[in-house]
Design a protein around this ligand. Sequence first.
Ligand code: NAI
Length: 253
Amino acid sequence: MGTYVITGGASGIGLAIAEQLTSEGHHCLSVDIQQADIVADLSSPEGRTDAIAAIKDKTGEKLAGLVTSAGVGSHVGNNALITEVNYFGTVDLVAGLHDTLAANKAAVLLVSSNSAPMPTNPDFITALLDSERERACELAAGMEGHPVYSGTKQAVTRWMRRHTAAYAAEGIRVNAIGPGYTRTPLSLAVEDDPKLGDSIKQFIASIPVGRPGLPQDMADAASFLLGERASFICGAMLYVDGGHDAMMRPDAL
Ligand code: NAI
């Protein structure tokens, strides 16, 4: 049993993962902009630095794992915020905790999205992977919200795959889940959006298994990927989406 840190642990998928791990006897610390053990704004470099310092302070040598679930949706109307929270709020945290993760041979689970493979601006992805924050935010300002959102998720997943081998050599196992549509406060806000609502409802109706995802579906996958039974799974992106990715991209692996 160990201590898990969960960003975005105050709501939705992050909260369900924290509750699942707690029910298994682990200690969980949430990091969130609201109602958290560590209150931090992951949308700024300063907020991320403060979060990393507070996590190190509170977990010491006991960090069993990190889950990055903090994120904002494509509907927020602020593409720089999507870029900062979803991409830099994920990778800066993993990188900033690298030494502690290695010392503990910890597991990392990134909450990506099944939108990650969708077409987006390749220059935006390059700027993200090159850690060019200002350039990425500039490019995002000229894009629609959804390709910014899916682009941040694609870049998070590619960042994971680029770092998988080096991290594994130090004992850190990194994996990602790609949730499909999952009923949480974030997705309900998009479903209720007057402009996006109708197409989202059609999208939900097309999920092959016939229902939307629930936070517990993600928590079950997270529990498995973080645990010993997944000790040979490393650098994987597990779509937890009721078959939507397979339906939309049948010939892609
Ligand atoms: P949610 O809105 O229920 O939870 C997101 C959490 O992130 C909230 O507690 C929020 O306070 C926190 N957060 C937002 N901005 C922050 C900031 N600047 N600093 C610190 N914390 C911040 O949303 P949900 O649905 O649980 O989303 C969790 C993750 O799952 C996100 O990364 C999202 O992109 C991803 N996801 C969600 C899907 C869905 O259908 N709900 C589908 C695919 C991916």
